[in-house]
Design a binder for this molecule. Sequence first.
Ligand code: MN
Length: 313
Amino acid sequence: MSNVEAEPAEVTCTSTPGGVEVLGPRDVPLGGPRAMTVRRTLPQKQRSLIGAWCFCDHYGPDEVSMDVAPHPHTGLQTVSWLFTGEIEHRDSLGVHAHVRPGELNLMTGGHGIAHSEVSTPSSTVLHGVQLWLALPDAHRDAPRDFQHHAPPAVEVDGAAVRVFLGSLAGSTSPVRTFTPLLGAEVVLPAGSKLTLDVDPAFEHGVLLDTGDVAVGETPLRPGDLGYVGTGRSTLTLSSAEGARIVLLGGEPFGEEIVMWWNFVGRTHDEIVVFRDEWQAGADRFGRVEGYPGDRLPAPPLPGGRLRPRGNPA
Ligand code: MN
């Protein structure tokens, strides 16, 4: 998915005594003729990253079609995870793939990649998350790559856990990452309480998709991202009516990044170069074959210099 937002608005964020910081979503219209509105919880003013997770858009279920023309990425990986619907992906590595519910598609756009995303004709409802991972400095020039994985569901105390990145509940994803990470979907039945062993070196985020969940004692509303810092070896999730959540985790990303449009870099000047090269059709991004239409032009840069963002110490 392409980020078309130029002027991020501030959002409300509250801390609670239980040590869970509730990051509320804000609605972001993605623009275009048949566009949808997404609920964005990362980045926001108070928190830019959870581990290397630097972007979290949650959308649907909406009766919409998606048609995102070829657009570029640098310095990041895109993680597509659907609950409902089907999206056709084409990229400048030459990959033509489908994003389906319960199947991870991880695209690496380190040095530069371009891709298009179009919902299939039979896909009438879209519901899922679009996530980005910042690449660490040592690997942010990595070549184009694409990995696909359909994780099996493992059962833990009645909950169904699908681990698409990292390890949880005895299940490990074979997908390669550049920093220590966790990504999993957890479906909790009604009346459940689940305690998961987690890596105390990780910070975590619990995104509530549907239903109700409490992280420890802190309830979340659908669309909220509940943040938990490092130093915990367990996470307890409870649900009265049943819930589906996405659990994100990782070692704190100790670098500041500059995010603008679909680029992740380190400086304003670097972003200017990425933008100029996309506009000029440079080899950095390659070509997407098979998309019936023009590529997306980059929006104008904002007036001031883009400033790096990290997390509060
Ligand atoms: Mn994209």
